[in-house]
Ligand binder design. Structure first.
Ligand code: ADP
Ligand code: MG
Length: 243
C-alpha cells in the first residue's frame, strides 16, 4: 500500500537519511526503534512532507511522488494520506478538544462545520473523552491531550498514522492510557508507523520492528525474531541497552 524508495535527506550537507527503502502493507503495525539522532523523526517528517526529501519516491495508493520534485497537489495528497501524532501533542491551545479534532476536517477536507463536529464527537466517544468536548488543552492531563492528538489523526482518516514518540513527553502515569488507545487502533487494523522506545508495546503490538541507525534501516523483522535473535551487532548492542 505504501512504498518508499531511496529516500535521502540531508541537513547542511550531512545525510540524515541515506537511502531508505520501506514497504508498508495495509493494516500493518510497524514500530521503528533506534538510537536518538538516527533519523527516525526525519523519516516520518519526510513521509508527511514536514521536511522536503532530497531524493526518493513515495507511493501511497495511486499517488506516486518524486519526493525531491513534488507538485503542490502531490504534497497536499500525501499530507491527506498520512496523519501525524507529535511527541508534544501540538494541539491548538485556544481551541477546545472538539475543535482540535474537527479543525482539519473543516480546513483541509472542507467539510461543513456541523458534519465535522458530528464526526469530532464520534471520535471523542471512541477515545473516551466524550465529556471533554468543550475543554481546552491546558485543562486536560498530558494523557488526555495526547489522546486528543491521536483523535485528530483518527479524524483525518488517513491511510497511515505516523506516531513520533507519542508517549515520550508524558508523565509515567499517563503512558498506559495512550498506549491503550494505540492498541485499540492496532486491533482495528489501522495502518501505523510508530517511533517509540516502549519495547513492550513493540513486542506485543507490532507486526514488524525496524531498527534504524545512522540514517539507514539496519535490520527488520517480526518482534519475536528481532528481539530474541537480532542478527546485526548494532541491533544487538542497542537492544542490550534498552531491554
Ligand atoms: P531521531 O528522531 O532518530 O532522534 P532525527 O531525525 O530527529 O533523529 O535527527 C537526525 C539527525 O538530523 C540529527 O543529527 C539531528 O540533529 C539532525 N536534524 C534533524 N532535524 C534537523 C534540522 N531541521 N536541521 C538540521 N539538522 C537536523
Ligand atoms: Mg526523534
Amino acid at each position: 500500500m505504501i512504498r518508499v524508495e531511496g529516500l535521502i535527506k540531508r541537513f547542511q550537507g550531512n545525510a540524515v537519511l541515506s537511502g531508505i527503502d520501506l514497504e508498508i502493507q495495509q493494516g500493518e503495525i510497524i514500530v521503528v526503534i533506534g538510537p536518538s539522532g538516527t533519523g527516525k523523526s526525519t523519516l516520518l517528517r519526510c513521509l508527511n512532507f514536514l521536511e522536503r526529501p532530497d531524493a526518493g519516491r513515495i507511493r501511497i495508493g495511486n499517488l506516486d511522488v518524486d519526493a525531491a520534485r513534488p507538485r503542490k497537489a502531490d504534497i497536499l495528497a500525501l499530507r491527506r494520506a498520512t496523519a501525524f501524532v507529535f511527541q508534544n501533542y501540538a494541539l491548538f491551545a485556544n481551541k477546545t478538544a472538539l475543535e482540535n479534532i474537527s479543525e482539519g476536517l473543516i480546513v483541509v477536507n472542507r467539510w461543513p462545520k456541523d458534519k465535522a463536529y458530528a464526526r469530532g464527537r464520534e471520535i471523542l466517544e471512541r477515545i473516551g473523552l466524550a465529556d471533554k468536548a468543550d475543554a481546552y488543552p491546558a485543562s486536560l492531563s498530558g494523557g488526555q491531550q495526547q489522546r486528543v492528538g491521536i483523535g485528530r489523526a483518527m479524524a483525518a482518516q488517513a491511510e497511515v498514522i505516523l506516531f513520533d514518540e507519542p508517549t515520550s513527553s508524558l508523565d509515567p502515569e499517563w503512558v498506559e492510557e495512550v498506549l491503550g488507545l494505540m492498541k485499540q487502533l492496532a486491533e482495528e487494523r489501522q495502518t501505523m508507523l510508530v517511533v517509540t522506545h516502549e519495547m513492550a508495546f513493540a513486542r506485543d503490538v507490532a507486526d514488524r520492528v525496524i531498527f534504524m541507525e545512522g540514517g539507514r534501516i539496519v535490520e527488520q523483522g517480526p518482534p519475536s525474531e528481532l528481539f530474541s535473535a537480532p542478527r546485526d551487532p548494532r541491533t544487538r548492542d542497542f537492544l542490550r541497552k534498552v531491554l
